[in-house]
Design a protein around this ligand. Structure first.
Ligand SMILES: Nc1ncnc2c1ncn2[C@@H]1O[C@H](COP(=O)(O)OP(=O)(O)O)[C@@H](O)[C@H]1O
Ligand code: SF4
Ligand SMILES: [Mg+2]
Length: 370
């Protein structure tokens, strides 16, 4: 294995980050939030292991879906990549440059290349500023004088995201949720970044508006050759937009592969469980489909389960594995490994999707297969 500098010294490159075409390569990223107690909170008594060794790459112009239940560390991953927060350890390379340890001023030129948009566009837009000021802020912060002036550039951006450029002087509260997300997109696009981390950009919007915003994002991606890290809490949203999908659970990537492969041949029991929760439009199929229930709540990232962090909720562990196999799940952390070219899975006993397809064809109903 090749070695690279990471924030905590020299770390081997994980295969999922070892991508010669990568625009962004994230290698063994950890973000632990210290829990402090005592007088003046000086004593650290533990840590929230929000992100605990995540590796993936994003190629230019690609959309990587980052999916997992609420609390699994998606937002923290996004904020660490864009360096809104400091990683605890690991490496983040952007166009080959290590950025995990850059300070504020060193990050400034990179801010132009990497942007983030947020789930709640209202709270991320300053309510006291007209949208012209909001969308034009990146020019001022970066000291960039666009051709024709900031006002003209802002109006061009507003038009490009489907807003009326005459509404330059209106305030965020005068816009609908979908329009506010468009404003966020216009601001993110101002400096022509190469990557935008989109944190559940449509989760707070009405279903009817979601598709419009996703379509706009796809158009912008083609036009500006943007790469997206698209964060979502279920698999149905990213199904349309992602080229590849990384499935996260409790601070770890459980499975990472091409979109079509993930949806037709998922190998990780957690992906199977998520998949069985996605509604199927065809009611006949819906009846035959087995539902794999995710029992119990997400365990605390302060004190995650031993071995495979998913073992406390894994249907395969619960219903299929022998005692010896279970012992391995509890005792040994499964590494995110290449099971087939480009298909990474972190599980000691992964599934092949064909098993489920066969069971469905044979008319097996209501059985838990994963
Ligand atoms: N600043 C913080 N301090 C302490 N814990 C945090 C902080 N931010 C997030 N967490 C915790 O880290 C875990 C992952 O959070 P988050 O990245 O927001 O997950 P997601 O976006 O997948 O819902 C959660 O348990 C959350 O409570
Ligand atoms: S390693 Fe074991 S507990 Fe973890 S997902 Fe695989 S089968 Fe389930
Ligand atoms: Mg989040």
């Amino acid at each position: 294995m090749t070695t690279i500098q990471s924030a905590d010294g020299v770390a081997p490159i994980h295969p999922a980050a070892d991508d010669p075409d990568a625009l962004l390569a994230v290698n063994d990223l950890k973000v632990h939030f210290p829990i402090r107690r005592g007088i003046f909170f000086k004593r650290q008594v533990g840590a929230v292991k929000a992100v605990d060794g995540v590796s993936f790459s994003v190629r230019p112009g690609e959309t990587l879906g980052l999916v997992g239940e609420s609390g699994c560390g998606k937002t923290t991953t996004g904020r660490a990549i864009t360096r809104l927060i400091d990683p605890t350890s690991g490496s983040i390379r952007f166009e080959g440059q290590e950025v995990a340890r850059l300070g504020r001023s060193q990050m400034r030129p990179l801010r132009r290349q990497m942007q983030m948009i947020f789930q709640d566009p209202y709270s991320s837009l300053n309510p006291r500023h007209p949208i012209g000021t909001i969308v034009g802020a990146p020019f001022r912060i970066q000291g960039v004088e666009p051709e024709g002036g900031v006002k003209k550039a802002v109006q061009t951006l507003l038009e490009r995201v489907g807003l009326n450029p005459e509404h330059y002087n209106r305030y965020p509260h005068e816009f609908s949720g979908g329009q506010r997300q468009r404003i966020g997109l216009a601001r993110a696009l101002a400096l022509q970044p190469k990557l935008i981390v989109c944190d559940e950009p449509v989760s707070a919007l009405d279903v009817s508006v979601q598709a419009q915003v996703v379509n706009l994002m796809e158009d912008l991606q083609d036009e500006f050759h943007l790469a997206y890290v698209f964060v979502a809490h279920d698999l149905s949203v990213v199904r349309h937009i992602a080229d590849r999908v990384a499935v996260m659970y409790l601070g770890h990537v459980m499975e990472l592969t091409d979109r079509d492969v993930l949806y037709t041949e998922p190998m990780h029991p957690y992906t199977h469980a998520l998949m069985s929760a996605v509604p199927v439009p065809d009611p006949a199929k819906e009846n035959r489909r087995e539902r794999i229930l995710l029992k119990g709540d997400l365990p605390s990232p302060i004190n995650p389960p031993s071995g495979c962090v998913f073992h406390t909720r894994c249907a395969k562990y619960r219903e299929v594995l022998s005692d010896a196999e279970k012992e391995r799940c509890r005792g040994e952390v499964p590494v995110l490994e290449t099971k087939r070219p480009g298909h990474f899975v972190a599980c000691h006993y992964p599934e092949a999707r064909q098993d489920i397809a066969l069971a469905e064809d044979a008319g097996v109903e209501g059985e838990t297969v994963a």
